[in-house]
Design a protein around this ligand. Structure first.
Ligand SMILES: Nc1ncnc2c1ncn2[C@@H]1O[C@H](COP(=O)(O)OP(=O)(O)O)[C@@H](O)[C@H]1O
Ligand SMILES: Cc1ncc(C[n+]2csc(CCOP(=O)(O)OP(=O)(O)O)c2C)c(N)n1
Ligand SMILES: [Mg+2]
Ligand SMILES: [Mg+2]
Ligand SMILES: [Mg+2]
Length: 324
């Protein structure tokens, strides 16, 4: 299957979004809008974000799109379109390439998204780069800079499971946890939840890709506030706690790739949040509060005492060699 044959196979036969003016097949994609447009991009590199030794390409495609949908969710937008830029090494089989697109389609269908373009090239390392677009009612963007003194802090789902699943895949023991592996391979970005909160006048949101330690600090810095997190309240699944009792706490804070939402709202909005979470069968946990501060920081409180939570999540470009 060469480049043009692949494009013929993946090209959509219909579009879910009515705003498509020109879909895949011309020099670029065209759509029409009266709303604000959000766009985001995230890249996955083989052996950095996934390994084909432990994951089939269906899950690779799903996760690559999930990372983007999670960012659209974190802005409060309704996902609409995505385009896919691929660098593929010569060892990729036709089946692997088509399964990659099937994985994306599985999530795209759930969020009514359309594949509207991309690019396909051969190269020496596999890269899957996706750009995604979403719609936003005017002035309903949900920013990291919108946390205020007196807010309550919430998080969706449970944290650390994706890191637990990665452990199961990379260092399998005698038995494996299907639950944790599924959480790693097929995370569920909370876009419907975030976009369904338009009745809230103010909502601060960030999504958890690097680890809550990192994203909580991003909110503190962007909003110029202090976040107080109660360590015992950070939601950890029973499965993770049972299988990894020594690591579960740390992985919940800095494991990353859970693609859940971290946010803050005025205490009066708590009930509205809980109602939407109940409606969509999403676990929602209040884990702390926001206070005014000249020094943006995140404090982690536990019965053992209080510590500053450093942004210890996943960071790229830390280890680079100097050019000789
Ligand atoms: N190489 C780059 N060039 C331009 N903008 C970038 C680049 N890398 C990241 N950004 C921007 O920096 C911000 C933070 O990026 P990132 O930490 O990757 O966010 P996220 O964790 O939500 O994906 C985003 O606005 C992103 O678009
Ligand atoms: C093979 C493999 N090794 C390591 C990881 C763990 N990992 C890779 S990237 C990452 C953080 C999130 O990726 P990033 O590119 O920072 O996404 P963004 O924050 O831009 O959404 C983590 C936890 C993995 N998923 N797979
Ligand atoms: Mg990013
Ligand atoms: Mg993000
Ligand atoms: Mg990151």
């Amino acid at each position: 299957m060469e480049e043009f044959e692949l494009i013929r196979k993946i090209i959509p036969t219909y579009y879910r979004q009515p705003s498509v003016v020109k879909g895949v097949g011309d020099d670029a994609f065209v759509f029409r809008s009266s709303e604000d447009i959000v766009f985001t991009t995230d890249t996955m590199v083989e052996e950095v974000h996934f390994s084909r030794k432990t994951m089939d390409t269906h899950a690779v495609g799903y996760r690559a799109l999930a990372a983007n949908v999670s960012d659209l969710a974190a802005m409060g937008s309704r996902p609409a379109f995505y385009s896919v830029s691929l660098v593929l090494t010569p060892d990729w089989t036709d089946e692997e390439i088509l399964a990659l697109y099937d994985g994306m389609e599985q999530l795209a269908e759930k969020h009514s998204m359309d594949l509207v373009g991309g690019d396909t090239v051969s190269g020496s390392q596999t890269v899957v780069a996706i750009t995604a677009h979403g719609y936003l009612p005017p002035d309903k963007g949900r920013y990291r800079s919108d946390a205020e003194d007196g807010d309550v802090i919430f998080v969706t789902g449970t944290l650390g499971d994706s890191r637990g699943g990665l452990e199961e895949l990379m260092n399998p023991g005698e038995s494996v946890s299907g639950h944790l592996i599924a959480r790693h391979r097929y995370p569920e970005p909370k876009a419907e939840f975030a976009a369904g909160l338009t009745s809230l006048s103010r909502l601060c949101l960030n999504d958890i890709s690097d680890g809550i330690a990192s994203e909580a600090n991003e909110i503190a810095t962007a909003s110029g506030v202090r976040l107080h997190l109660q360590k015992e309240k950070v939601p950890v699944s029973e499965e993770l706690r049972n299988r990894y009792p020594d690591q579960a706490g740390e992985w919940a804070l800095s494991g990353g790739e859970d693609f859940e939402l971290l946010g803050t709202v005025a205490p009066g909005e708590k009930e509205a949040l809980l109602e939407k979470a109940r409606e969509l069968d999403i676990r929602l946990t209040f884990i702390g509060t926001v206070s005014a501060s000249d020094l943006p920081e995140v404090l982690l409180h536990s019965p053992q005492g209080t510590e500053t939570l450093q942004p210890t999540g996943y960071t790229h470009l830390k280890e680079r060699r100097k050019r000789l």
